[in-house]
Design a protein around this ligand. Structure first.
Ligand SMILES: NC(=O)c1ccc[n+]([C@@H]2O[C@H](COP(=O)([O-])OP(=O)(O)OC[C@H]3O[C@@H](n4cnc5c(N)ncnc54)[C@H](O)[C@@H]3O)[C@@H](O)[C@H]2O)c1
Length: 270
């Protein structure tokens, strides 16, 4: 169902790890809609080599970048501009990493050193990327930046641990930077708050199976898939959504505004 919605547009996709990654599926959708792409991920993730398959499919170079490193980010933006022959039009920030979750630390007993790294990678990285782009005037007028988030930023999901705080900060950076980049260059910055999705990052959340089926039952439309999310990203990168900025956009089949559903009531009555 390609409509060339992104014909002539150029963008950077962060975070394609394997074929389940939301970024992977979005890269393919963007390519099918006519976009030219640069792919990037942390050097350690690139060592798996999986991304080369995607790079071939979407005809994009792969540029390593650890988003917690200023130099890496600056180099990525320079190399992307060299590849595109100037500025570009969109960015997908699809990055999440919790060191405390990895180390099995409970939220009430987190290590603050790990926590600082979590916030740096998962949240402030959006600031770092946007600051580098602004400094280099890398994003074209009316460009669009999307970062992926989760509703644990607004409501408590105990096992989401410190990532809840990371997502709150990410959404705040999107709003704050969205203001400045909007005024300066009409660049829009939004977050998409996605349903739980079976990916490497998603499955890192404790009790994920229960979590995903609860969300499915609590959403009038059911959970949004990674493919649905990719479609939404395409819409956000296109010129059809030019006046949308500084928003946290729920993409969750209605979960965020549902109090209870018949399916959950029936489950409770069992
Ligand atoms: N899967 C879900 O249930 C779900 C729900 C809502 C939001 N999200 C968000 O979607 C985004 C993408 O996650 P996903 O589910 O596709 O999982 P994923 O594991 O495929 O993607 C996470 C990516 O972050 C990258 N990353 C980690 N540290 C990095 C660093 N230092 N520098 C650069 N990249 C780094 C990883 O290499 C990986 O590619 C994340 O922000 C995640 O929090 C996921």
């Amino acid at each position: 169902m390609a409509n060339q919605l992104l014909k002539g547009k150029k963008g950077i996709i962060f975070g394609a790890l394997d074929e389940k990654s939301i970024a992977w599926i979005t890269a393919i959708r963007c390519f099918d809609e006519g976009a030219q792409l640069v792919l990037t991920n942390a050097p350690v993730a690139l060592r798996m080599g999986e991304i080369n398959k995607l790079a071939e499919q979407v005809q994009a170079p792969v540029i390593p970048c650890d988003v917690s490193n200023n130099e890496d980010v600056d180099k990525l933006i320079d190399q992307a501009m060299a590849h595109f022959g100037g500025g570009f039009d969109f960015i997908l920030h699809s990055i999440g990493m919790s060191l405390n979750v990895r180390k099995g630390k409970h939220y009430t007993e987190i290590d603050y050193g790990f926590n600082a790294k979590t916030l740096d990678i998962s949240s402030m990285s959006l600031h770092r990327v946007l600051a580098s782009c602004m400094k280099k005037d890398a994003i074209n007028d009316w460009g669009s930046v999307v970062a992926l988030t989760y509703i644990a930023a607004q409501r408590v999901f105990p096992d989401y641990n410190e990532m809840a705080d990371a997502k709150s900060l990410l959404e705040s950076v999107a709003r704050s930077f969205g203001y400045h980049y909007g005024v300066k260059k009409h660049v829009r910055v939004n977050t998409i708050s996605q349903s739980p999705t079976r990916t490497t990052a998603g499955s890192g959340v404790k009790g994920f199976d229960g979590f995903i089926s609860y969300a499915e039952k609590m959403s009038p439309l059911g959970n949004a898939s990674a493919a649905d999310c990719a479609n939404y990203c395409v819409a956000m990168f296109s010129d059809l959504t030019r006046m949308v900025t500084m928003q946290n956009l729920f993409h969750d089949g209605g979960f965020s505004f549902t109090g209870v559903t018949q399916a959950v009531i029936e489950q409770m009555e069992k």
